[in-house]
Design a protein around this ligand. Structure first.
Ligand SMILES: Cc1cc2nc3c(=O)[nH]c(=O)nc-3n(C[C@H](O)[C@H](O)[C@H](O)COP(=O)(O)OP(=O)(O)OC[C@H]3O[C@@H](n4cnc5c(N)ncnc54)[C@H](O)[C@@H]3O)c2cc1C
Length: 355
């Protein structure tokens, strides 16, 4: 059996974050490999539901070096358009992505990091973890979940309203996924929709989309970095970007939110006042958590489940960077347009480490 393969840097994950890191590593002339568990390019975008639209126009959804082309006839591009863009990006910059390689664990080994996958072992001076969150859907614990006889699906498993034709469906969640999936179902004849949200849905003003959200996140980070007063994060503006499908459903009265139910019984949700709703399916649009299980051998996680970082660098493992997981790994780093800057900063630190 052959020994470990040696390289300067291993990037784990070949979605947008891994590709942004690859772009900067290529420019820095570093030897590296990108390992990706999926068989095809596109990261999470390949798995999203059919009607999903980006919340920013194409040019505002670009990775470093290459503007996303406008999708003909669509101000807000489809997920399939993003998959095409990422596929082309990877080819254009000749990024060395090895697919169908799932990393099981990263281990410290005397100044090196050993990356063990189900297709072999790599030894590297630095690792960029860019595994996203799509593989770790989160569903809150709600009493009676196990008693419910209908179907339970998470955002990650939702594809199309056709899969729910003629059914009574309860959508849970007042964020972008909940609103978009509720709108998708509401626009489909013959689906009886209930939309349950923990607090009343907060729509952003109709003229605000992902561009303004990105600007807000950047302004806040600048203010905090400069020791100025907190300008307020994106959450202060609202939760839901009123993309055209959501706006249309909302304006025609098809989105009538109800407060969150207290529990499920075998037939469906039950509210605190005892009222009930029969349901064939519950769709949990309740978010994701960072997919960090492969870092467990390093023992770096805090009680909150995050790895403490300074910028993108793990505080207790200088060879490890975490990219694209959320604001804790760089402002707006879990977006297409936002990941470029932390990727650049991570690679700067890595090249300094490599000397
Ligand atoms: C519903 C939804 C809508 C969104 N809309 C927008 C939007 O409009 N605009 C925007 O900018 N952002 C949007 N985002 C946010 C963000 O752009 C995406 O979450 C993005 O996919 C994150 O990219 P990533 O590369 O960090 O992770 P991913 O795209 O999830 O890629 C991670 C890659 O790592 C691989 N991987 C995971 N674990 C391992 C392992 N152990 N070993 C090897 N490989 C592994 C996976 O196979 C995958 O290919 C949206 C997110 C969601 C969920």
């Amino acid at each position: 059996m052959s020994g470990p393969r040696t390289t300067d840097v291993v990037v784990i994950g070949g979605g947008q974050s891994g590709l942004a890191a690859g772009y900067h590593l290529r420019r820095a002339g570093v030897d590296f490999a990108v390992l990706d568990a999926d068989a095809q390019p596109g990261g999470a975008w390949r798995h999203m539901w059919e009607s999903l639209r980006l919340f920013s126009p194409a040019p505002y959804s670009s990775l470093p070096g290459r503007l996303m082309p406008v999708q003909r006839g669509e101000e807000y591009p489809e997920a399939a358009h993003v998959v095409r863009y990422l596929t082309e990006y990877e080819q254009r910059y000749g990024l060395p992505v090895e697919r169908s390689v799932r990393v099981r664990g990263v281990h410290g080994e005397g100044g090196f990091l050993r990356v063990e996958s189900d297709s072999g072992t790599w030894r590297a001076r630095a690792v960029v973890s860019a595994t996203g969150s799509w593989r770790r859907p989160f569903v809150p614990a709600v009493p009676g979940q196990a008693d419910f006889r209908g179907r339970q699906v998470h955002t990650a498993g939702y594809r199309s309203p056709k899969d729910f034709a003629g059914q009574r469906v309860t959508v849970v969640g007042g964020g972008n996924s909940g609103a978009q999936i509720a709108a998708d179902l509401a626009a489909h004849d013959g689906i009886d929709l209930t939309w349950a949200t923990r607090r009343p849905p907060r729509y952003l003003p109709d003229d605000i989309d992902g561009r303004a959200l990105f600007d807000t996140a950047t302004a806040r980070r600048r203010a905090l970095d400069a020791g100025r007063e907190d300008t307020g994060g994106v959450a202060s503006l609202g939760d839901i970007v009123a993309v055209p499908s959501v706006r249309a459903a909302r304006d025609s009265g098809l989105l009538a939110p109800r407060p969150m139910f207290a529990r499920l019984d075998s037939n469906g949700p039950v509210w605190p006042d005892g009222s009930r709703q029969e349901a064939d399916a519950v769709i949990w649009c309740t978010g994701f958590r960072p997919a960090l299980a492969h870092l467990a051998p390093l023992g770096l996680r805090s009680a909150r489940g995050h790895v403490p970082t300074a910028g993108t660098r793990a505080v207790r493992e200088p060879g490890l960077h975490l990219l694209g997981y959320g604001d804790w790994t760089g402002p707006a780093s879990a977006t297409l347009v936002g990941v470029g800057r932390p990727a650049r900063d991570a690679v700067r630190e890595i090249t300094a480490l490599l000397g």
